[in-house]
Ligand binder design. Structure first.
Ligand SMILES: Cc1cc2nc3c(=O)[nH]c(=O)nc-3n(C[C@H](O)[C@H](O)[C@H](O)COP(=O)(O)OP(=O)(O)OC[C@H]3O[C@@H](n4cnc5c(N)ncnc54)[C@H](O)[C@@H]3O)c2cc1C
Length: 417
């Protein structure tokens, strides 16, 4: 592995040039080089969201742009393009503050937030992009711009949820929340109980208040020695719950369904938020597909069990439902380009190379809104338009046409033109 191979090992870049940027000026120089040689530009921080090889492109690596300041009075963090969420969480924790990070803190804070960003507490606080105060971006013309509610209104709207295609964000300022701790955890259930757990989850989750955020995943775990024996090489259903304050009583309907093989809930320092989802931390080759469900009916549950349940041997390590709704369904005070506010659940299917994750999303089409969350959309680039409602996508395209007339930023998750 080298510096240009990211988290998703299935995407291998063969760029014309790699620019390891340290400053906005480095970024502008790399963009100018690309423009003068008629090459596309690709951006990478951690590679967690690599979906298309940056072949023949100028690949701008942001991993050296690690400036990070916390303002405990304003309750904000200003985060360089190369920072992971783990760094932001660590920097904010001494002040009893925390950012709206995702389930795995190794993910890049900027890439995550540009794509909306759904964290373990998302139903309570909304998308990470709903809490961005300002962004500094080098646009495709090489100009460094600050986008905030008072300047560059189109860019400010588009960068919060529109993801790629508008330039290279060198830093952003996000709200921090007074969350020294979080309440939550996960329960792992054996394959024999997975169907009952999914059926109970589908009946339970829609009635929950937005103080609780939940997720249920079917995991086909590898036989790795570092996994505890009940999980090693096993199919398990993993129920995850998270909240700002203890919500034990809400769990009662799930606790009687089956005896977990492992897990529990409790209060955790926010710095240990990763323990709730326990996402993989080692790079692996994957193909991701995703769709938004408007509801999870009993028929939908049986369809999901038929295509991805424990009786099947599939090279699909993760089939994950994340419950949406609550604050995720509401436009923020400063409207933005985040799509998928109408979904009840996000379904993410993570397959190994050679697998057919599309089979799972296709089976759930009768319950789908037709949309997806851009951060989970994966490499199905022909259907990228699904990640935004029609009017949002049209405005994103108009802004892209203005800001990037040469279509330099066409690689990966950029709003279609
Ligand atoms: C294990 C794992 C857990 C995850 N958990 C969550 C989760 O809880 N919630 C969620 O919403 N998503 C989650 N994701 C998805 C993740 O948010 C996206 O893949 C995101 O794009 C990763 O950003 P990155 O910068 O780390 O990745 P990269 O691959 O480095 O970047 C991905 C894309 O982001 C854009 N980008 C990144 N940096 C910049 C920049 N400085 N300027 C302009 N564009 C930029 C580019 O389009 C780039 O191609 C997860 C992914 C993984 C693999």
């Amino acid at each position: 592995m080298n510096e240009i191979s990211g988290f998703n090992l299935a995407v291998r870049h063969h760029p014309a040039l790699v620019a390891e940027a340290e400053t906005a000026e480095d970024v502008a120089e790399a963009i100018a080089h690309a423009a003068s040689h008629d090459l596309p530009v690709a951006v990478q921080a951690t590679g967690h969201g690599a979906v298309e090889p940056a072949d023949g492109a100028v690949l701008i690596l942001t991993s050296r742009m690690r400036s990070l300041t916390v303002d405990p009075v304003e309750r904000t963090a200003t985060v360089g393009a190369g920072c992971t969420w783990a760094e932001v969480v660590q920097a904010a924790a001494p002040f009893g503050l925390a950012p709206l990070c995702g389930s795995a803190s190794g993910v890049g804070a900027v890439g995550f937030t540009l794509g909306g960003g759904v964290g373990p507490l998302a139903r309570t606080y909304g998308f990470a992009a709903d809490h961005v105060r300002a962004l500094t971006v080098v646009t495709p013309d090489g100009v460094v711009r600050v986008a905030d509610p008072g300047s560059e209104p189109d860019l400010f709207w588009a960068l919060r949820g529109g993801k790629g295609g508008f330039g290279v964000v060198t830093s952003l300022t996000v709200d921090l929340f007074p969350l020294a701790t979080v309440w939550g955890g996960g329960f792992y259930y054996a394959a024999a109980d997975a169907a009952a757990v999914l059926r109970a989850y589908a009946a339970w989750a829609p009635g929950l208040p937005e103080t609780l955020t939940t997720s249920l995943a079917f995991l086909r775990l590898p036989p790795l020695p570092q996994l505890p024996p009940p999980l090693r090489g096993q199919f398990v259903a993993h129920l995850r719950v998270a909240a700002a304050t203890p919500q034990e009583a809400l769990l009662a309907p799930m606790l009687g369904v089956a005896e977990p093989v492992l897990g529990g809930v409790g209060e955790l320092p926010y710095t240990q938020l990763d323990r709730i989802h326990n996402d993989p931390t080692d790079p692996m080759p994957v193909i991701e597909r995703s769709t938004l469900l408007r509801e999870l009916t009993p028929e939908g549950v049986e369809a999901l069990l038929a295509v991805a349940g424990p009786s099947l041997e599939l090279p699909v390590p993760v089939v994950e439902l994340r419950q949406l709704g609550g604050a995720l369904a509401r436009e923020p005070k400063e409207p933005n380009a985040v799509g998928g506010r109408d979904g009840a659940f996000s379904l993410l299917v993570v397959g190994l190379p050679g697998s057919a994750p599309d089979a799972v999303t296709a089976a759930m089409a009768p319950w789908s809104t037709g949309g997806s969350l851009i951060n989970f959309h994966g490499s199905d680039l022909a259907t990228l338009h699904r990640a935004w409602p029609e009017a949002t996508r049209r405005r994103l395209t108009e802004i892209r046409n203005q800001i990037d007339p040469g279509n330099l930023f066409r690689i990966g998750h950029a709003a279609p033109r």
